[in-house]
Design a protein. Structure first.
Length: 224
C-alpha cells in the first residue's frame, strides 16, 4: 500500500492559486524529487503532504488516514512520530549544541537525556559530523549545519523525511555530500523522502521525479 496519497489538491492564497489539482503518491522507502520552477507550488504541495497546510479541496491520506479528518493534536503527534523535516536553513536552535539539537526529537518523545544523546551521537557519526557535536550551529559551516539537520530529521526513525531545498544554501560539493548521506540513510532505514528542489543535480539522487507546473503535478517515471 502507498504511504502518502494526495488527490486533487487545490490551494489558493487570496487570489493567488498555489495548487490547482495536484496529485501525488509516495510509496514506502522511495526518494521522490518534486521539481519545477519557482512559484509553481512545490513548497505548498510539501506542506499539504506533511499536514502543515490544509488544502482548500482535495485530500491527503497517510497510511489510509485522511489528514484533514484528524484533530490538530493528532496531526502534530503524527508529525512528531512519523515525519522528519529538513529545510534550506535556519532550522537548528542556536542556543543548543549540535548534539542537543539532534537529541530534540527524542527528548520530545520522552526519551531520557542520556539515551537521547547516545542515539544522537550515532546519527552525528553517520552524517560525518561527530566532530562538531559540542559546537553551536553558529560555529559550524553551512554544510556541517545541514548534515546536523539531517541527523535530527532521522534520529527518531521517521517513515517520511520532508526536505525543502535542503541543499539550496550550499555549494555543489557540500550539496552532493548532504544528498548522498541523506539518501543512503533513508534507504538503510526504509524512510521515504519527499525532496523539493529545482536543481537537477540534486534531483538525480531520487528514485523518481514529479514535476509541478502552475500548481499541477505530473509524475515522471524515470528509470534510474
Ligand atoms: P515553489 O515552492 O514552487 O516556489 P510555493 O508553493 O512556495 O512555490 O508558492 C506557490 C504560489 O503560492 C506562489 O505564487 C507563492 O507566491 C504563493 N504563496 C505561497 N505561500 C504563500 C503564503 N503563505 N501567502 C501567500 N502566497 C503564498
Ligand atoms: P473547522 O471545522 O473549524 O474549519 P478544520 O478541521 O477545518 O476546522 O481545521 C482545524 C484546524 O486544523 C485549522 O487550523 C486548520 O487550518 C487545521 N487543519 C485542518 N486540516 C489540516 C491539514 N490537512 N493540514 C494542516 N492543517 C489542517
Amino acid at each position: 500500500d502507498p504511504l502518502l496519497v494526495a488527490t486533487g489538491l487545490h490551494k489558493s492564497y487570496g487570489h493567488t492559486p498555489a495548487l490547482d489539482g495536484a496529485d501525488l503518491t509516495i510509496r514506502s522507502g522511495e526518494v521522490v524529487a518534486v521539481m519545477g520552477p519557482s512559484g509553481s507550488g512545490k513548497s505548498t504541495l510539501l506542506h499539504c503532504l506533511a499536514g502543515i497546510v490544509r488544502p482548500d479541496s482535495g485530500e491527503v491520506r497517510y497510511r489510509g488516514e485522511e489528514l484533514s479528518a484528524m484533530s490538530d493534536g493528532e496531526r502534530s503527534a503524527l508529525r512528531r512520530s512519523d515525519f522528519g523535516f529538513v529545510f534550506q536553513f535556519g532550522q537548528l536552535v542556536p542556543e543548543l549544541t549540535c548534539l542537543e539539537n539532534v537529541a530534540i526529537p527524542l527528548r520530545l518523545n520522552g526519551t531520557r537525556r542520556r539515551a537521547a544523546e547516545a542515539e544522537a551521537v550515532k546519527w552525528l557519526e553517520r552524517l560525518e559530523v561527530a566532530d562538531v557535536a559540542g559546537q553551536r550551529p553558529g560555529e559550524v559551516s553551512g554544510g556541517q549545519g545541514q548534515r546536523v539537520a539531517v541527523a535530527r530529521a532521522l534520529v527518531s526513525g521517521p517513515r517520511v523525511i520532508f526536505a525543502d531545498e535542503p541543499t539550496g544554501a550550499l555549494d555543489s560539493l557540500n550539496g552532493e555530500r548532504v544528498m548522498r548521506l541523506l539518501t543512503e540513510a533513508a534507504h538503510d532505514t526504509g524512510a521515504a523522502v519527499v525532496l523539493v528542489t529545482h536543481e537537477p543535480r540534486v534531483a538525480a539522487y531520487s528514485d523518481r521525479e514529479i514535476v509541478v507546473r502552475d500548481g499541477k503535478s505530473r509524475d515522471m517515471e524515470r528509470v534510474s
